[in-house]
Ligand binder design. Sequence first.
Ligand code: ASP
Length: 310
Amino acid sequence: MTRQKPGMYSIAIHGGAGAVPRAALPPEREARYRAGLEAALDGGYAVLERGGSSLEAVTTAVRSLEDDPLFNAGHGAALTRDGAAELDAAVMDGQQMRAGAVASVRHVKNPIELARRVMEKSRHVLLVGAGAEEFALEERFVLVPNQYFRTAERQEQLECEQRGKRVSDLVPSSAQGTVGAVARDASGNLAAATSTGGMTNKRPGRVGDSPIIGAGTYAKNGVCAVSATGHGEYFIRAVAAHHVCAAVEYRGLTLEQAVREMLHEILPALGGDGGLIAVDNDGGLVLDFSTDGMFRGARDSSGRREIAIY
Ligand code: ASP
């Protein structure tokens, strides 16, 4: 494994990729999205700035987006075809390649916190459904009624999907609003975190790429950390996040080349689209997507700070 280089610290976040028609995003709404992204980006960056770990930074950023109803994670999650929220989340610590994830939870206010607790306090990597929530109870997490996650807007989107008769499992909706973060701290440790409500109108029990280590989330010190958004089934089949890291580690691609290959060659060949954010061993950030847009932000200790959608 490459030795860690101290110094530069950086963080990138995403709030989902997808079709973002400009007409659907009037200035007032765009401003709200930008404010949500800024709060998450600056919250995560503040952790790095005061010498905190990349793990803490990505958890902080993702928790902030989970609490923001505009994004498809935590409060404001996309709904299953039965109108319920089922949440997936994962975190990975590149330092020791530890990982924790939860899937299909219905009552955990901040799934990313539970994913981290799975990593830090259980002997497991992935807990799902009732078992994950039992663990949350034992760990004294605050559980909320499923209703907490449902917003009028997500309900409307679900009804829209269902009116469009896109109820077949073979024709899922365009994904949008999943959240994630990647970071490098001043000690050179890398981390990644992703959280989502999944895809609107999904079948109950469906699990996407976000909580699957190597598909939607991956981190390995000395190489890179990656968080994905997009149509999860394709990211799982391509083992996208791990593939990107492997391309950097074993084929010597730059992170930018590896991300580009995944988004613009490998996934499209399968029929998939979406976006990736990633950070390399030196703290260099890559944010790329094959959709119309991706809600995203990047900030580093050399003074870069940006928020973008298109
Ligand atoms: N990747 C997520 C999933 O398939 C959805 C998204 O990124 O919007 O669950």
